[in-house]
Design a protein around this ligand. Sequence first.
Ligand code: AMP
Length: 281
Amino acid sequence: MQTITSGKVVSELTQIARSSGQKVGFVPTMGALHQGHKSLVEKARNENDLVVVSIFVNPTQFNDAGDLKKYPRTPDQDADLLLNAGCDILFVPSVDEMYPAGFDEEEKTDLVGLDLVMEGRSRPGHFNGVVQVVKKLFSIVGECNSYFGEKDFQQLAIIRRMTKQLYLPVKIIACPTVRESGGLAMSSRNMRLSPEGRMAANNISKILFALKAKWKEMSTGEAKRFVEEAILAEKLFRLDYFDIVDRESLLPSAANEKRNVIGCIAVFIGEVRLIDNVSLD
Ligand code: AMP
């Protein structure tokens, strides 16, 4: 595995690989890697000849400077995990490499409102930052298969939309959420939970799976109330949102619609904010 800090060098290496007929797989991450990230890299390894993983804690997608500062960074463990998962190129650009001084930022991509609901409402500007950095990463890596987790469902929907809208030569591949044995969706943020918070956090997915089991017999309103009441009953939880939305438009599903819908949730445990989702069709 080569560790590279220059976008130009990564561009050259992926270009060389493609010109000799190789397929390039790319996994963008912010580091503090866990088994969820590993599953994406392993899938990329199975489906491509050259595997590129980026680690970049992108400042423009944090609307809270404190959150950016506290974002976990575990570079040595990350390198071990990636070596094990079969990564060929680890791209670790500096902030200056990604946002060089003197280069004006190009226009914002219109995300047709996908960025304004759910996470976008709670974290204004977050998805503009995500799209800004992923666009740059895609133009560095070039034509490739790129792997994204369904855990961040709204991000996946937005990246799909952006790629299509800009005709980028990138195929977006969705990967299932990897969970801990208690059901908690793996996240770099989990390491900031207290031991009690971590125990309680398993109940987020338990509530979502309980909803999935009953969903066929419920109205949309009943389903929302079921989740809201179950979250309220957990004293460590503070619900940010729970929405039942259409998988593509991300708009609230029509009342009692059962096709193509997903339930998305964000919960605070102390000051740690966790997200999860459950497919309801
Ligand atoms: P992050 O480092 O949090 O930006 O995540 C990088 C990629 O890993 C994103 O596509 C995430 O959706 C994905 N990811 C994060 N956690 C998980 C998980 N538990 N299961 C599957 N994919 C995940």
